[in-house]
Unconditional design. Sequence first.
Length: 252
Amino acid sequence: MMLLETRNLGHSFGGLLALENLHLQVPEGALYGLIGPNGAGKTTIFNLLSGFLKPTQGDILFHGAKITGLPPEQITLLGIARTFQNIRLFGELTVLDNVLVGCQGRGRASWWQAALRFPVYLREEREYLARSRALLEEVGLAGAADDIAGQLPYGHQRRLEITRALATRPKLLLLDEPAAGLNPQETQDLMDFLRTIHREYHLTILVIEHNLRLVMGLCQHLTVLDHGLTIAAGPPAEVRRHPRVIRAYLGK
C-alpha cells in the first residue's frame, strides 16, 4: 500500500521552476531516500509535503486522501512530521520541554481550559509528561531530560529533534539532511538510531541526504533529482550505477 503519493507535483518561485512533474510513491513501512545535488528541489518537496509551501501544480495524497495545500498543523495531525536541515530546537528550553511541545500538538483541551487548569487539561498534562519521559528513555536521552537543549552535543541535538517529531505520533517521518554536521561515528550512530525507530515505531521514513554512505546503507529505494526533475529511481545498487546519476550527483 502506498502511504504517500505525488502526482505531477511542481512548484515555481516566480519564474524559477524549482520542481516539475514529480511522481513519487512511498510504500507504507519503507525507508525511502531522496538525493540530488544542491538546487535539485529536495527541500522544496519537503516544504510541499509538510504544508509550508503550496504547489503550483499537481497533487499530494496521504493514505489515498488528497492533502494538497493543507496547512502544516493539519498535516501534522494527519500523521506527517518533519525535521529541518538546520536544527530548529527551542534551544533555551530543557530537553524534556522540547519533547512536551511535540506531544501538545495533539491536545484536546482548549486554551481557556488550560488557562483555568480544568481537569481535562491537567489529565492531558500528566499524560504528555509520562509519554515525553518514556520517549526520552527509549531514545537514550533520559539522563539529559533537565539539560538545556541548546547546550547538548550536536549529535544529541539531532536525536532530540527527531524525538520531538516522534512525540507527534507520526506515520510518516520526513528527515531533511539528518547527518549534516555529524562526524563519521555520529553518522553511524544516527543510522542505527533510524533503523531502531523505523522498526520500533512502525514508521515510514523519507529522508533527504547528501551523505551517500548513509542513504546507500539505510534506504531501500531512492529517487534522484536534478534541477527539479527526476532522473532515476530504484534500489540503491541500481541507482548508483545510473549514468545520469553519476554525471549529476557524483560529478563525472
